[in-house]
Design a protein around this ligand. Structure first.
Ligand code: PA5
Length: 358
């Protein structure tokens, strides 16, 4: 049911709609990131692995996106591949020289439990990232190191807990350069950004509220760029789906210049309802910047419109998280515009319950 004319500046109404404390979790992200880096990651025992040939992060949904953040962040920094696996089975290359992060917030996601079992059977070094559940039990039984994260929030609200400890483990293993100043910058940036994005900041000064208004009653299409904002585009899409209970689609430049852009011709009455978000980062490839300018021109009279959202900060982590944080807040404001509680994801719960019976 849609509440017509929901006022995004009515802070009490926003909090009333939010039964699971999504705004509180969002506001707590800077503290969560600090805890994830400086407490949780320090407590975990490191696996004994002589040489790492590849890294696999296996998980689903809110527990998998941290793997994509790691993949994008690590790509230009380390010489071994990071692969994100969202499946019951692992790639054939997984072997004793593979480091596997099995990530499940609940610890009960069947695909992740299956992949965990495969990783063990293949002799890979495994680290579990979880609040507990069956994954926590299995890891304890198998003597597998566990990054034990706090429960009580939605998996998608726990990216700090789910992603940053994996990054710190790679730093501690000497696989990633051990720079911590980038993390500190990211946390400081999030603290400042929170003031701009939170419910108390009125819509005229709040970019997340403005974006939500543009996406309301439209089909959001989110575009990022390969190697940088691609993971953010995927994150925005997932957050709009799960928080606002609305469809959203994402794609990546330059690839979309070779297919998706051709599709901006028919059917016009649907394309008119598409609002494109273009995620921008000064560090994107210079040719991608040029591509974006031409692409905007192609879609401008066909789509409902487009909005460019620029990353802020210096380091790669700050830039990624500045966009993620804006999208997270925007998705919750969009939920409010649809009059829907951002917290519960009843469809996912239903699917899991039905599968458990079979
Ligand atoms: O955000 C969510 O609730 C989902 O996308 C879950 O993360 C997904 O279903 C996997 O569950 P878990 O994170 O507990 O492994």
């Amino acid at each position: 049911m849609t509440i017509r004319g929901f006022d995004l500046d009515n802070v009490d109404a926003l909090y009333r709609l939010d039964s699971a404390g999504t705004f509180t979790s969002l506001g707590g992200l800077p503290v969560q990131c600090a805890e994830a880096c400086w407490d949780l990651a320090e407590q975990v025992g490191l696996p004994e692995i002589e040489a790492i040939s590849n890294i696999v992060v296996t998980g689903l949904g809110g527990s998998a996106i941290g793997g994509d953040l790691l993949r994008v962040y690590a790509a230009g920094r380390i010489s071994v591949p990071v692969v994100v696996n969202r499946d019951y089975v692992l790639p054939e290359f997984v072997a004793p020289d593979t480091l596997v992060f099995a990530v499940s917030y609940s610890g009960n996601t069947e695909e992740t439990l299956s992949a965990y079992g495969e990783a063990r059977a293949k002799g890979a070094s495994v680290i579990a990232v979880t609040t507990g559940g069956k994954l926590g039990e299995a890891a304890l039984r198998d003597g597998v190191p566990v990054i034990k994260i706090p429960g009580g929030i939605a998996p998608r609200a726990a990216t700090g807990f789910l992603f940053l400890p994996t990054l710190r483990v790679l730093q501690k293993l000497g696989v990633l350069p051990g720079k911590v100043d980038e993390i500190t910058e990211m946390i400081e940036l999030l603290k400042n950004l929170r003031k701009k994005l939170d419910p108390e900041t009125p819509a005229e000064e709040n970019p997340a509220k403005q974006i939500a208004r543009k996406l309301h009653r439209r089909i959001p299409v989110i575009w990022g760029s390969a190697g940088t904002t691609e993971v953010v585009a995927q994150r925005w899409k997932g957050q709009i789906n799960e928080n606002a209970k609305a469809p959203a689609y994402w794609n990546v430049l330059p690839e979309l210049n070779h297919n998706e852009i051709v599709g901006f011709q028919f059917p016009l009455e649907i394309l008119n309802q598409v609002h494109v978000i273009i995620l921008r980062d000064e560090h994107d490839h210079s040719r991608v910047h040029k591509r974006i300018e031409i692409t905007k021109d192609i879609i401008k009279d066909v789509a409902d419109g487009y909005t460019e959202v620029w990353a802020s900060g210096n380091g790669a982590l700050a830039r990624l998280y500045s966009l993620i944080y804006t999208g997270d807040y925007a998705s919750v404001y969009l939920a409010a515009l649809y009059g829907v509680d951002p917290g519960p994801v009843r469809v996912i719960d239903h699917l899991k319950k039905e599968l458990a019976k079979q």
